[in-house]
Ligand binder design. Structure first.
Ligand code: UTP
Length: 295
């Protein structure tokens, strides 16, 4: 039986340049899908998976994120006075228990691997999850919970994986697979970050959910700048395989939206809007009205 996973790192120190000018003053992770910021979806998914310690790797200008998880006494009082109990509950749900969140700074956006490395002293010697809030996953059972259950059986390191079209592999970390999936789990024999077109070892792409052994943090001590001049997490995980430790890909059940891109964000907005009972009819009517005009 593997050690329980109770800590998760949320790297949120990126520059979010694809959403400029919005991200000049609003952290990408605070942008809202319907009425909840991206980060709230990630936190809810982590809680469902049994995570109790939340580590944010932030940077200058991300203060709105810290405020979001703090209590908001003036707002709470106003809602209480007006008897808006349902809204008050929604608000209180976003407060985090004192001490549950730790914030650590990445002083320069040197890449995802570097962001994770910045949190090394808060992880110590236990397995940990990594969640990228701009990957939002709609699933019956939350994706990280699926992974934690699979990890309890097989241990090692585990990355969330999904099939992508061959022309898209150059945008992802891609798995080199030792054998076909069994119970959604593939044995990984290699990983490549953003392989040039036509060179990908498979069409199984890594997306933003990981369960990693603390060895990966040691590997990050050694990892040099890789693809795009950044310190790549993929390289530190791939070096686990070189050291004869296990890496598994987990083909999760669910639909992932790339909310780090404008198109993915818009698709997620429509899909999550359609899931909401109070919005569904209006939104559906509008989409139907729009559909014939789209060609
Ligand atoms: P992205 O590759 O989406 O980069 O990072 P980005 O800076 O957020 O956005 P663009 O590409 O400029 O539009 C994936 C995740 O890794 C974090 C980001 O905050 C995001 O959650 N990250 C990336 C860091 O924390 N530090 C880094 O140096 C790079």
């Amino acid at each position: 039986m593997s050690q329980k996973v109770t800590k998760a790192i949320f790297p949120v120190a990126g520059l979010g340049t694809r959403f400029l000018p919005a991200t000049k003053s609003v952290p990408k992770e605070i942008m809202t899908l319907v009425d909840r910021p991206l980060i709230q979806y990630a936190i809810d998914e982590a809680r469902a998976a049994g995570i109790t310690e939340f580590i944010f790797v932030t940077s200058r200008g991300k203060g709105a994120l810290e405020d979001y998880f703090d209590s908001a006494p003036v707002l709470e009082e106003a809602l209480r006075d007006k008897g808006k109990d349902k809204l008050l509950d929604t608000l209180l749900d976003t407060n985090m228990e004192s001490g549950a969140i730790a914030y650590i700074r990445q002083h320069k956006a040197l890449g995802l691997g570097h962001a994770i490395w910045c949190a090394r002293r808060l992880i110590g010697d236990e397995p940990f999850a990594v969640m990228l809030p701009d990957d939002v996953i709609a699933a019956q059972k939350p994706c990280l919970q699926q992974m934690v259950e699979a990890y309890a059986e097989c241990g090692g390191n585990m990355v969330a994986a999904m099939e992508v079209a061959p022309e898209q592999t150059s945008s992802y970390g891609v798995l080199d697979v030792a054998r076909p999936a069994q119970n959604r789990i593939v044995d990984v024999k290699g990983m490549v970050e953003k392989p040039p077109a036509g060179t990908a070892p498979s069409n199984l792409a890594v997306i933003g959910r990981y369960i990693l052994s603390p060895n990966v943090l040691k590997n990050l001590d050694e990892v040099k700048q890789g693809t795009g001049g950044e310190i790549q997490l993929t390289d530190a995980i791939a070096s686990e395989i070189e050291q004869d430790r296990k890496v598994y890909g987990y083909q999760f059940d669910g639909r992932r939206f790339d909310c780090g891109s404008k198109s993915g964000f818009l698709q997620a907005t429509v899909s999550f809007g359609l899931e909401r009972a109070e919005l569904r009819d209006d939104l559906k009517a509008y989409l139907k009205e729009l559909a014939p005009t789209l060609d």
